[in-house]
Each structure stands twice: as structure tokens, then as C-alpha cells.
Ligand binder design. Structure first.
Ligand code: ARG
Length: 604
């Protein structure tokens, strides 16, 4: 149980007794927060102000009355009123020492499963296949993977689904390219490579650069015609699509492997194609969709289908689900997907980890799904901002092209290893642990440090903001970076090696924890806050609560390490107690990084 929930349990009966409106009690309990300033205590309760207002009494009096009602307990050192009615709460050090030893004996580090276990479907990654993965897909993959790991750790059932764009205009490009420009011998030898070449070749011929589907002259016109034939079920094009798909999926695999990402399902847009006509018919039959000028639309939230330009300008658009030419849309597919997921997995919640620029699509989609009958499902657009370059413009290669993900990861690994080797060389000359690194170890370090840096940089800001992609910053040895956390972890581990401690024996008979300094105490309080950090990341779907937690932990650890001798502690008991803390810091860092999809190495 987290510290904050222990406080909530303590105050709940008192608040229930005092509050005129019991429905408000959960809100009051949410007003118990970690203290901003450790001098005032460990936690602070701010509910006396709201309660005083509701009761028409002075908050300070209410605070005093609440404190007077606190039952005798073993763990609270003091509860005092401050300012207009804040209650400062301080825990007994002996209690903290006990608790921290308990979590050190727990493989889950004190994190209990969520009170209410739910089933989630998480829609993430979702690249448009048949073209090389680029930086735009990175965020969805990284954030989605972190959420899967976090929610699973909380005990929830999580189904990950990769909603591949495997039915779009890019196949028209490939089919056109294959028909007119292929190198058959090359295709036989390496279809992945030949398709990637054809994709780029045709786009160069058409002189299109961005992601946009419009324009591109005659060549693109011909490509779009090929797509239309595919969608109409034309035998030749469907045959080519089937021939290309394995190669397209093969293009993705190495990237997911490098990122340590395994997605349970990959039911792409093509999977839903046979279901789309029935979705439109059902929506029409239920009166949710209507025909408008030969197309089928779902009216907007106000029930309006704009009929003229003036209305169009001020109304939210309706959702187009069947175009005049009979073609279905992204929305039709997403509605079919919701039905399939609901029927198959009966989830409590569906989360969509998709670029913030699709906000309107999801807002409309969710509203329409609810009208269609999925009103007991929680739908969330887990939106994220763009990746920008140092110039604050969309991140591009030096010559203005899109950044391919494989090149980005290559660079991160290269720089990760370089940084490591530089600091390794420095430590070697200082006569610390020296060992020649084998090529396998080097690769392990390059990937752990390099990819870890990329992931952490992505996850450590609030996901809704844009973030600036900067190798130097993300690989910095100091600051809130994966590299810093990985070093902190390795340093903790090296203490055990240096002290030649038999870890099995140490864990089998875990020493007692004694708190003798404010730095030890602060570190212990921070270690005990892990369940709270995980809970807030899981309930708000915000992984940066975990990086924020790690940053605070790393700071508390470095203050502790400056102030307190570990191996050379004054007494053997103190040394053992501090080793318990060092070991726990390492395990917490490793666990939290793992929830973010980031690995650690034992020596750095
Ligand atoms: N393929 C889409 C894109 O690249 C993302 C898919 C998101 N998921 C969904 N169910 N719409 O924009």
C-alpha cells in the first residue's frame, strides 16, 4: 500500500463523520499530497479549507478538530496545523525504516495490483506499411509500449494492437512501381529491399516528398488508380498486395526488435475491409447515419449535416463513412475496429496512442461509437506532440528529407557507445575497474544506452507537448536522462562488487534498516513513493510521472551518497542498513526503467 493510501485510510472515517456531503469525501481525500517542502513534513492534507467552507466553519478549527479525532497509531510522528488550515503530516522514522525493509523484501517493491482490475485495448504504433518507418511512428510506439508495461504491472489485462495502415495509397505506389519499374531479379533475391527502392523511386518520379496523398501529377494519378483497383477487389492488384505484405511486415520487424517492442496483435486496416459495408448498413438502419448527396455520413454532435457553405464554415463536420464513389474511409475502418475489439475482447477501455493532430478524428469517432451503443467503454485519445529539430521545426534530415527510424537508431547507438567509451577511458586511467570490452558487450551497451536515451527523451516530457530531438541532451551524463539513471544503477551495483558482498546471503537474511541522518530519511521517503508514482502514471496514462519520480529518486540518492559513507560506515549495522537502501535504489531504477521499456547494464 502506498503512503498516500495509508493516509487516506486514516482520514476517511473522520471526514465521513464530519462532511455534510459524503459524496465529497473522495475529493477531500485526493487533497492529501506529498509535502512540497520536506521541512514541513512528509505529506500535507489540504481538505480543511474546502471542508470549512462547506460547513461554514473556520478551516483552522476544522483542521484542529480533525487532528483531535485521529486514532492512536504507530506511525504518525506528528500532525500539525499550519497557515490557513493546512495539516502537515510527519511519519515516524522507525515506521519508515520498517516499511522500506518490507518493500526491499518484496519482488514488486511494495506496489500492489490496482484495486479495480480492468481490460484495456491499446492501439499503438500503427505505421503505414510499405514504406520505411520514419520518426513520426517513434512516439506512438514508445509511449504505447510504456503504457502496456505500466498497466500490466498494475495487474490489468492489456491487449496491444498495431492498427497497421496496410490498405492505403502507398500500395498503389508499390503496385505501379512493380508493374512498370521493377527489377525482377532483385525482387527475387530481396523483396524487402526492392520494394523499399520502388517506393522511393516512384515518389521521386512523381516529385512528392511529404506524407500527403494529393498532387504528384500523372504518376501519382496512375498510382491512385492502382489503389482504387485494389480496393475494388481487382484480382491482379489484390494478388500483388498479398505478394507484398510479407515483405512489408518484414521491414518493420527489425525496428520493433531493436526497440524491444512486442505488440500482441497487428490487425491492420485490411483486416476490417470485409466488414465495412455491414457497418455502414447497420448505422443507416439504426438511423445514426444518413445519406447525403449520394454519400453516407454520421451527422455531427448537434445532429447537423451542413447543407451549404455558410453552415459548413461554422459547424463541426459530419463523419463521412461512405464516399459518393462507394469508397469507405479511415472513420469507417475505425468504427469496424471498435466493434471487432468490443466483440472479441470486451475491454473496459480502448486507448489510442496517436499524434495529437488526429484529435478531431478521435473526438468524432468516440462520440459516434457511443451513439452506436458503446457507451460503457472508456475511449481515450492518448495524444502526443511532434518531434522537432533543434530549429523547432519538424525533425528532418540535413537535406530536408524524412528521418528514417533505422538511421536514427543507428546514430543513437553509435553516440551512446562513444559517450560510454569516453567515460570508460577516463575511469580506466584513474585506475578503477578495468576490463577490455568484448564486441558483444559493446553492442549491448550501445543499444542499451543509445535506444534508452531516445526512449527516455520521448517519455520524460508531458506527452502532449512537442519535444526537441537532440542527441547531446538525451545522452547527457548529468540531468534527467536515461544515461544518468543507467549510471546511477551501475554505480549502486558496483558498491556491492567493491564490498565483495555475497548478495544471495545478503538477501536471504536482509539486515535491519536504521535511519540516522536526514539524507537517509529523505531517500527512504522517496523509495516509498514508488507505488504513488506508478499509480498516477497508470491512471492518467502519463509515463512522465515515472521519469519525474526517477529524477527525484536519483537526486535523493546522490545527496545521500554525498553525505553518508556506505562501505566505510561507522558501524557494521549502519553499513548493512545503507546497503539495503543502495540495493533497493538499484532495483527501483531497474524496475521503473523496465516499465518504460529501457534496459540497464551492470557495469558502466
Ligand atoms: N496509420 C495511422 C497513421 O499513420 C495511425 C493509426 C492509428 N489508429 C487508429 N485506430 N486510427 O496516421
Amino acid at each position: 500500500m502506498s503512503l498516500v493510501s495509508a493516509f487516506r485510510e486514516l482520514f476517511e472515517p473522520i471526514l465521513t463523520e464530519l462532511a455534510a456531503d459524503r459524496a465529497k469525501v473522495p475529493d477531500y481525500l485526493a487533497m492529501i499530497k506529498p509535502a512540497a517542502n520536506a521541512d514541513h513534513g512528509d505529506y500535507q492534507a489540504n481538505f480543511a479549507m474546502a471542508l470549512g467552507k462547506a460547513l461554514g466553519q473556520k478551516p483552522q478549527d476544522v483542521a484542529k478538530a480533525i487532528i483531535a479525532k485521529l486514532p492512536p497509531n504507530e506511525w504518525l510522528e506528528s500532525a500539525t496545523v499550519a497557515g490557513p488550515g493546512f495539516i502537515n503530516l510527519k511519519l515516524k522514522s522507525a515506521y519508515l525504516a520498517d516499511r522500506v525493509r518490507q518493500i526491499a523484501q518484496d519482488t514488486r517493491l511494495g506496489v500492489t495490483p490496482a484495486a479495480k482490475l480492468r481490460t484495456f485495448v491499446i492501439d499503438y504504433s500503427g505505421p503505414n506499411v510499405a514504406k520505411p518507418l520514419h520518426v513520426g511512428h517513434l512516439r506512438s510506439t514508445i509511449i504505447g509500449d510504456a503504457l502496456v508495461r505500466i498497466l500490466r504491472f498494475c495487474g490489468h489485462t492489456v491487449i496491444g494492437d498495431n492498427h497497421l495502415g496496410d490498405w492505403g495509397t502507398q500500395f498503389g505506389i508499390l503496385i505501379y512501381g512493380y508493374k512498370h519499374h521493377r527489377d525482377e531479379a532483385a525482387f527475387q533475391v530481396d523483396p524487402v529491399k526492392e520494394l523499399a527502392r520502388l517506393y522511393i523511386h516512384v515518389r521521386n518520379l512523381a516529385k512528392v516528398t511529404g506524407e500527403e496523398d494529393e498532387g504528384g501529377g500523372e504518376v501519382m494519378e496512375a498510382c491512385r488508380a492502382e489503389t482504387a483497383k485494389l480496393h475494388a477487389g481487382g484480382e491482379e492488384n489484390v494478388g500483388l498486395w498479398k505478394k507484398f505484405m510479407p515483405a512489408c511486415l518484414e521491414m518493420l520487424r527489425p525496428i520493433y526488435d531493436r526497440l524491444d517492442v512486442k505488440i500482441d496483435h497487428a490487425l491492420g486496416e485490411s483486416f476490417y475491409n470485409p466488414m465495412l459495408a455491414a457497418v455502414v448498413d447497420d448505422l443507416l438502419a439504426k438511423g445514426i447515419a444518413v445519406e447525403s448527396k449520394g454519400a453516407v455520413v454520421v451527422p455531427n454532435a448537434k445532429g447537423v449535416v451542413p447543407q451549404n457553405d455558410e453552415q459548413q464554415a461554422k459547424e463541426e463536420p459530419p463523419a463521412l463513412i461512405r464516399k459518393r464513389d462507394g469508397a469507405f474511409t479511415y472513420t469507417t475502418t475505425d468504427l469496424a475496429t471498435i466493434k471487432y475489439r468490443a466483440d472479441t475482447w470486451k475491454p473496459d477501455a480502448m486507448l489510442y496512442v496517436v499524434d495529437a493532430r488526429q484529435a478531431l478524428h478521435f473526438k468524432t469517432l468516440f462520440a459516434n461509437a457511443k451513439r452506436w451503443g458503446y457507451d460503457n467503454t472508456e475511449f481515450q485519445h492518448i495524444a502526443f506532440g511532434s518531434i522537432l529539430g533543434r530549429d523547432k521545426k519538424p525533425y528532418r534530415t540535413r537535406d530536408g528529407g524524412t528521418v528514417e527510424l533505422s538511421a536514427l537508431l543507428d546514430e543513437a547507438a553509435k553516440l551512446g557507445l562513444q559517450g560510454y567509451e569516453a567515460s570508460y577511458a577516463e575511469r580506466t586511467t584513474h585506475g578503477h575497474e578495468v576490463a577490455e570490452l568484448s564486441p558483444a558487450v559493446k553492442r549491448e551497451i550501445a543499444e542499451t544506452v543509445g535506444y534508452g536515451a531516445v526512449k527516455y527523451a520521448d517519455l520524460s516530457g508531458n506527452r502532449t507537448s512537442d519535444y526537441i530531438f537532440d542527441y547531446d541532451k538525451m545522452l547527457a551524463l548529468e540531468g534527467n536522462t536515461a544515461t544518468y539513471m543507467q549510471y546511477a544503477y551501475a554505480r549502486c551495483r558496483s558498491i556491492f562488487r567493491k564490498g565483495e558482498i555475497d548478495e544471495t546471503a545478503f538477501h536471504a537474511k536482509l539486515p535491519a534498516v536504521v535511519i540516522t541522518t536526514p539524507q537517509e530519511r529523505a531517500l527512504v521517503v522517496q523509495l516509498l513513493k514508488l507505488p504513488e508514482a506508478i499509480e498516477s502514471a497508470a491512471t492518467e496514462y502519463l509515463p512522465h510521472h515515472l521519469t519525474g519520480y526517477l529524477w527525484d529518486l536519483a537526486k535523493a540518492y546522490s545527496v545521500f551518497f554525498e553525505a553518508c559513507q556506505v562501505l566505510k560506515a561507522e558501524t557494521p549495522e549502519l553499513r548493512d542498513s545503507r546497503l539495503v537502501l543502495v540495493d533497493l535504489v538499484a532495483r527501483v531504477i531497474r524496475q521503473v526503467l523496465n516499465l518504460l521499456g529501457i534496459r540497464t547494464v551492470e557495469r558502466m
